[in-house]
Design a protein around this ligand. Structure first.
Ligand code: FAD
Length: 525
């Protein structure tokens, strides 16, 4: 009864806001099971995201679904209504430009429903179901990757491809790509999905895979939430490693650094013992950064003086590699790592090594999060810029962005991930035209500390300048986690994928109800 009242209240608010009348039978279409909330705490939480860039966009109501059917009922009601309201799935709200928000409709809070109003009624989204023989797991679309990991580990299994940070939802990363240092081996997360349940923009619940509704399947993967709300994903698993040998080595020369990265990913078809399991890199612009991490790494040459490493143009590059292993094979790990390291051309004496349980390695960013939170540095604006840079242009990018143009203001949060194109081009995700490309992630936080170069305005301007520089220098980058505000920019972003993207949008979400926070399509009333 309480739910019904809340629902009625939310719909009344919708009617008042939109200024149209609603046929009372439409209310019934939502059904009594739908857990719609206008609780100010829920509404406020759904109006913000990790970026803190857009200002609060309060939705009219928030739904805490307990099942695919709840989601389908809501979307069906939106699709069939005379006045039209939008529906945006929100995973863990770790977008930065309001992509999971909607000011004119209902946010479906996919993550965290286990602690939401669903609990009061005893209804919750399903828990992960592991299929040990088949080596896959079925998970709710709002499940966080950390919880997926915890569930599969109980069976000695784990997903193969990750993001650096695990407090992101399955639906949220699959709507983009899901990339980390394992991507050269296994592809991004969107290449490790067998099957999806999706609620389309018409409120239909479809199961899709390579074999069944395959066009929908590929469209949804990397589809920025445009075609449907993922309520279940079937994710591929492998036997879980127990430990990780994690190594960092330094370079002063960019081309040596990228040559080694490209060499390491070229080993992707070699047997496991002859390649690393994880390859990433980052750019270091001051000694402070090294001092931050080297205390937890062992180096036979500690302490290394950065000044003795002769940074070229003031910049050092850190290659970050990891090898997974099982305790039963611990005796061979030193040898395997040693023989791989021998083939690389890093600065001698710049090897930093640590060893830890697999879970601690995967969950490493959460440790950093807790530290930043304790200093009040987590909930600050994040004007992040993620760019896919083609291999043929990465040296120009280094020269123009890391070295000459923008160096001092970049701070320490620049990740460079080289990606082997084990990428299924039938997905909606957009990449450069070349087989090998880099993900350059400028992960900066804006601080209100009186320093102009730390301000949001300054960093945002610098992002614009970097994009302009790439454009003028003919560096054909593609944005990852893209953000555009005009139709033409989106058409350009998708390039030759646009026609299909548009056609499938018209087929699966013709009223443009879903994920309007991406600002690709304008909802039709
Ligand atoms: P939200 O922000 O809640 O939603 C993102 C978009 O997906 C929205 O448009 C939303 O409508 C849509 N959506 C959400 N759930 C669903 C669903 N069930 N069905 C359909 N559409 C849905 N990305 C990487 O690839 N690699 C990384 O290593 C990485 N590290 C990160 C670290 C941090 C600290 C942060 C903040 C982000 C990182 N990201 C990384 C980016 C992240 O993958 C994306 O921002 C992702 O979309 C966030 O997931 P979320 O659950 O918070 O999604």
């Amino acid at each position: 009864m309480a739910t019904k009242l809340l629902l009625t209240f939310a719909i009344c608010r919708l009617i008042v806001t939109v200024g149209l009348t609603l046929d009372p039978t439409e209310l019934l279409l939502l059904g009594v099971d739908a857990q719609l909330s206008v609780d100010p705490t829920d509404v406020k939480a759904a109006s913000l995201d990790f970026g803190l860039l857009t200002g609060a966009q309060p939705p009219l109501a928030v739904m805490h679904p307990a099942s695919s059917q709840d989601v389908a009922q809501l979307v069906k009601a939106a699709y069939g209504s005379n006045f039209g309201f939008t529906v945006s799935a929100r995973g863990h709200g770790h977008s930065i430009n309001g992509q999971a928000q909607t000011a004119n409709g209902v946010v479906v809070q996919m993550s965290g429903s286990k602690g939401g109003s669903g609990v009061a009624s005893g209804r919750k989204p399903p828990h992960p179901r592991v299929w040990p023989q088949e080596r896959f797991v079925d998970v709710w679309g709002g499940e966080l990757w950390i919880d997926v990991l915890r569930s599969t580990l109980q069976h000695g299994l784990a997903p193969k491809s990750w993001t650096d940070y695990l407090y992101l939802s399955v639906g949220g990363t699959l709507s983009n790509a899901g990339i980390s240092g394992q991507a050269f081996n296994h592809g991004p997360q969107i290449s490790n999905v067998h099957e999806l349940d999706v609620v389309t923009g018409k409120g239909e619940l479809l199961t899709c895979s390579e074999e069944q509704n395959s066009e929908m399947f590929h469209a949804v993967l990397g589809g920025l939430g445009q075609f449907g709300i993922i309520t279940r994903a079937r994710i591929s698993l492998e036997p879980a490693p127990q430990r990780v040998r994690w190594i960092r080595v330094l370079y002063s020369n960019f081309s040596t650094f990228t040559r080694d990265q490209e060499y390491l990913i070229s080993l992707h078809e070699q047997p496991a013992s002859q390649k690393f399991d994880y390859v990433e890199g980052f750019v270091i612009v001051d000694e402070g950064l090294i001092n931050n991490w080297r205390s937890s790494f062992f180096s036979p040459h500690n302490p290394v003086k950065i000044s003795s490493l002769e940074p070229n143009g003031g910049v050092l590059y850190c290659l970050e590699i990891a090898k997974n292993y099982h305790e039963s094979t611990a005796s061979t790990i030193d040898q395997e790592v040693e023989s791989l390291l021998k083939k690389l051309n890093f600065i001698p004496a710049s090897v930093f090594t640590t060893d830890m349980p697999y879970v601690d390695f995967l969950d490493r960013v959460h440790k950093a999060e807790l530290k930043l939170r304790s200093k009040g540095l987590w909930e600050v604006p994040h004007p992040w810029l993620n760019l896919f840079v083609p291999k043929s242009k990465i040296a120009d990018f280094d020269k123009g962005v890391f070295k000459e143009g923008f160096l001092l203001q970049l701070g320490s949060c620049v990740h460079v991930i080289v990606i082997w194109c084990r990428w299924d081009h039938r997905s909606s995700a957009v990449t450069p035209d070349e087989d090998v490309f880099y993900l350059v992630a400028l992960l900066r936080s804006a601080l209100d500390n009186g320093e102009e170069t730390h301000s949001l305005e300054y960093l945002t301007n610098q992002n614009r300048q970097i994009l302009r520089f790439c454009d003028e220098a003919g560096i054909t980058v593609k944005q990852y986690l893209p953000h555009y505000t005009t139709h033409q920019e989106w058409v350009d972003h998708f390039g030759n994928k646009w026609d299909r993207f548009y056609r499938l949008k018209m087929e699966f979400d013709p009223r443009h109800i879903l994920a309007s926070g991406q600002q690709i399509f304008t909802p039709t009333n």
